[in-house]
Design a protein around this ligand. Structure first.
Ligand code: NAD
Length: 499
């Protein structure tokens, strides 16, 4: 058995030995009340470190630092080229620190080391490079007035940074989720308060330190840690102009309510229950491998996880057999073990929630084809990859987001039924369709109510491609110009050009 005791790098060891501070106005700071809470390693169940539970005074100080930096214009008024250079430098610093950052994502979020080191950390760096490129291209328009003579008036539109942004992120991709918000917000010229999930504050703090080292002025990127109440206070704060939130749909609804204090702008990246639809002419081996990756990578703790599988009738039985064989080969275990395919769930509480859903599925009459149980023998929060068949659309396991390695599968016949089943959800984040017939696949893509559709693949993100949901999966988009736009206000200036 793999030894779950893992020795971190000397730098990370000294970081973990200390209480995780806040990052306010350009430097690390202790919480004003000294209140802390424990952070766990999900692979072992052991205490990894302690973090600061900020209180309302900390929230006031942190927001004031962001507000002051914004109002003084120390970031938004530097030249776009200089802003671009600094964002690019952040990317380089992330790359230079990739080993330590990946190790912390592994220890703190249960990410497999290779996934963090070769995937998420470089992806976060590239996100800063991508938005560095946008800094010099935030252009307005010349607009001919519709109701006035062209020689008497001219109008231009220009984009301005929206102001102080509260960026609230979940635990399932700590650095990437932070980068998806911080990079466009900084590119736009905003000042930010980043609130990582209470379970995973580590890499957000290092990001702020690296941003300072790269040249982001004090106060323009602050990090405040703590429980949900810290997020709630940021959302209600009158000096915050914008909230960008990624997390559950239930919390998203609370945020909409909390933002009414000053009608701050809100964007939301929320939950999903994304369908994988396999037509009879698909490459079965490729589609089954794609389906396994779609639901089991990240132990299913991925917002775009393919958690509902619909396979066309003639190939359903064959498909399930291939998928079960692939699933049986997956090794569940410690994130540090290079042989692990599926790492731990984030917490014991989350594991119990996932298991509760599985029990609900069994009680409702769904058939367990694989998995269906937890494994706590190694101390960590491990759950077997689980596949249900014989499902009804009305079952909770079909309608609700489980956010774990649990797949529900059923059959369909023809495009019409595929779309009815795929669209039978309050969510509309993502979908994938598998077929050798590209016009058929595009017909499905046209009909499915989801913000992101993959054809013959599932889950590939890209910083240039808008990412977000229809229906209760959110408001707005991450990535691409769409994300940048969410941190900008448009201002129209009309000039009379004649005396
Ligand atoms: P969560 O909603 O419980 O928490 C997310 C963040 O919100 C945390 O930082 C938390 O402290 C904070 N928070 C909690 N209550 C708050 C409140 N009332 N006001 C302000 N902030 C509050 O979500 P989670 O359990 O951390 O993450 C899992 C969820 O995130 C899943 O539903 C998943 O689908 C979703 N998610 C969505 C995307 C996407 O891009 N659509 C990406 C990743 C995760």
């Amino acid at each position: 058995m793999f030894k779950t005791q893992y020795k971190p790098s000397p730098l990370n060891a000294s970081r973990l030995a200390a209480v995780q501070p806040l990052f306010v106005d350009g430097s690390y700071a202790a919480g004003s009340a000294g209140e802390t809470y424990k952070i766990f390693n999900p692979s072992t169940g052991g205490v990894l470190t302690t973090a600061t539970n900020a209180n309302s005074q900390d929230v006031q100080i942190t927001v004031a630092a962001a507000r002051q930096s914004f109002d003084r214009g120390i970031w938004r008024n530097i030249s776009p080229m200089d802003r671009a250079r600094i964002l690019w430098r952040i990317a380089d610093l992330i790359d230079e620190n990739a080993g330590d950052l990946a190790e912390l994502e592994m220890l703190n979020a249960g990410k497999r080391l290779s996934d963090a080191r070769d995937g998420e950390i470089p992806f976060a760096a590239e996100c800063f490079r991508y938005y560095a490129g946008w800094c010099t291209k935030i252009e307005g328009n010349y607009v001919p007035l519709a109701g006035q003579p062209a020689n008497e008036f001219m109008a231009v539109t220009k984009f301005e940074p929206i102001g102080v942004c509260a960026l609230i992120v979940p635990w399932n991709g700590p650095l990437v989720q932070a980068a998806w918000k911080v990079a466009p917000a900084l590119a736009a010229g905003c000042s930010c308060v980043l609130k990582p999930a209470e379970e995973t504050p580590l890499t957000a703090l290092i990001l702020a330190e690296l941003a300072g080292e790269a040249g982001v002025p004090a106060g323009c990127l602050n990090v405040i840690t703590g429980r949900a109440d810290v997020g709630r206070q940021l959302v209600g704060h009158p000096e915050v102009d914008k909230v960008s939130f990624t997390g559950s749909t239930a919390t998203g609804k609370k945020i909409v309510g909390g933002a009414e204090t000053n009608l701050k702008k809100v964007s939301l990246e929320l939950g999903g229950k994304s369908p994988i639809v396999v037509f009879r002419d698909a490459d079965i081996e490729a589609a089954a491998a794609g389906a396994a990756g779609a639901i089991f990578s990240g132990a299913g703790q991925v917002c775009v996880a393919g958690s509902r599988l619909y396979v066309e009738e003639p190939v359903y039985d064959e498909f399930i057999q291939v998928l079960k064989q692939l699933t049986a080969q997956l090794k569940v275990g410690c994130a540090a073990d290079p042989n692990t395919d599926i790492g731990p769930l984030i917490s014991r509480r989350h594991l119990e929630r996932v298991d509760k859903y599985v029990q609900l599925g069994v009680q409702a009459g769904a058939v367990l084809e694989s998995g269906g149980s937890s494994d706590l023998t190694q101390g960590g929060y491990f759950y077997q990859p689980t596949i249900f068949s014989a499902i009804e659309q009305s079952m909770q396991i079909v309608q609700e987001e489980i956010f774990g390695p649990v797949l529900v599968a059923s059959r369909f016949e023809g495009m019409e039924e595929a779309l009815v089943l795929a669209n039978d959800s309050k969510y509309g984040l993502a979908a994938s369709v598998w077929s050798r017939n590209i016009s058929l696949a595009n017909q499905f893509a046209d009909g499915v109510r989801a913000g992101l559709v993959w054809i013959n693949s599932h889950g590939l993100p890209d910083m240039a491609v808008p990412f977000g949901g229809f229906k209760q999966s959110g408001w707005g988009r991450e990535n691409g110009f769409d994300a940048l736009r969410q941190y900008l206000e448009v201002k129209s200036v009309i000039t009379r050009t004649v005396e």
